[in-house]
Design a protein around this ligand. Structure first.
Ligand code: ATP
Length: 329
């Protein structure tokens, strides 16, 4: 028998939850391609280590951009590679797949995701909205007639949603999240320090001293890159409060989206949200003091999911169990 699997097909990472086993795969959504032969050379972690370091004929690409499939064929190859690696196919049967997508993708994009999962070895493919699955994975009971609000900040998209009785009541999805933050950090370092840095270095700055509220200026990190004037390798010291200003505009856009969602939320559900607080999920939730930033602007308590990066994958496991439970009764 093939095993059912849940996939968090993210812009930054792909996580796969196999029924009965838990999260068995967690790799960056990156594929290295030989541009001459068009052959896939590496997938996942191995390909990620090549980003920004490849010679001319090798290209390390992210097949998903802004939370949607930018390159269909490569996404399919990547998914097929991950699914094969798991050995979940049965002798004659294919695994059912529950896969997550942002709230504002078009029906064409939805079809592309389903098709990619089917072609990469899936049996029945179900699509679920990412914030719903993230909320479930973060431990929220969204199936009661009560308001639950979640903000999921991933690599390519930030989703804000209010859920009740298992469905999304109001939502906003922004095509800006962790990747945009890296771009903003690199742009800041270029403008303020005259230093060109790559994607990996920007990500390291974010992960090490990324703070979005009342950052401590004495917390610093030395980074290396290429001096814009001399063209030579150079190192500079960046402080956490600089990262806070680099990320300010992006954070304010997410805050604005959350405000818009709250403004159109039915009053009874708003009251529930005040009681229960807003749940933060996705890798972006790990930015230091992010809960304080949202709480200050939204005037509502904000809580962090226990495992923000795994919430969607954990949620797929819970929803797969529910689906089986329903089928059995
Ligand atoms: N400690 C951290 N501080 C800040 N950002 C972090 C941290 N750890 C991971 N991230 C960021 O979280 C993002 C990845 O989060 P996640 O895996 O939830 O996204 P995804 O599901 O791949 O993307 P999407 O939901 O947009 O498709 C990356 O941009 C990464 O840089």
């Amino acid at each position: 028998m093939a095993k059912d699997i849940g996939i968090d097909l993210g812009t930054a990472n792909v996580l796969i939850n196999v029924k009965g086993k838990g999260i068995v795969l967690n790799e960056p959504s990156v594929v290295a391609i030989d541009t001459q032969t068009k052959k896939v050379l590496a997938v996942g972690s191995e390909a990620y280590s090549m980003v920004g370091r490849t010679p001319g004929n090798i290209h390390a690409v992210r097949p998903l951009k802004d939370g949607v499939i930018a390159d269909f064929d490569i996404t399919e190859e990547m998914l097929a590679y991950f699914i094969n690696k798991l050995n979940v196919k049965g002798f004659l049967s294919k695994p059912n797949i529950l896969i997550c997508c942002p709230t504002n993708i078009t029906s064409i994009e939805q079809k592309a995701i389903i098709e990619a999962a089917e072609k990469s070895g899936g049996g029945k493919v179900f699509l679920e909205l990412e914030p719903k699955v993230a909320a479930v994975g973060a431990g929220m009971d969204i199936f009661q007639p009560r308001g639950n609000m979640v903000i999921d900040i991933g690599g390519g998209t930030s989703d804000v949603a209010v859920l009740s009785m298992g469905e999304v009541v109001t939502s906003r999805s922004l095509r800006l999240a962790g990747d945009k933050m890296n771009t903003e950090i690199a742009a800041y370092v270029k403008k303020k320090h005259g230093l060109l840095i790559g994607e990996h270095s920007a990500e390291t700055i974010k992960l090490t001293i990324g703070n979005v509220w009342h950052a401590d200026a004495s917390e610093t990190l030395e980074i290396r890159g290429r001096d814009m004037v001399t063209g030579l390798p150079q190192s500079v010291t960046i402080a956490a409060d600089e990262v806070e200003s680099a990320l300010h505009d992006t954070m304010m856009e997410i805050v604005a989206a959350a405000k818009e969602v709250l403004e159109v939320t039915p009053p009874e559900l708003s009251a529930d949200i005040i009681d229960r607080g807003i749940m933060l999920t996705g890798g972006g939730a790990l930015l230091r003091n992010i809960a304080n930033l949202f709480a200050e602007h939204l005037k509502v308590p904000v809580v962090l999911a226990e495992n923000p990066l795994d919430a969607v994958a954990i949620g797929t496991g819970i929803l797969l169990d529910n689906m089986e439970h329903k089928r059995a009764h």
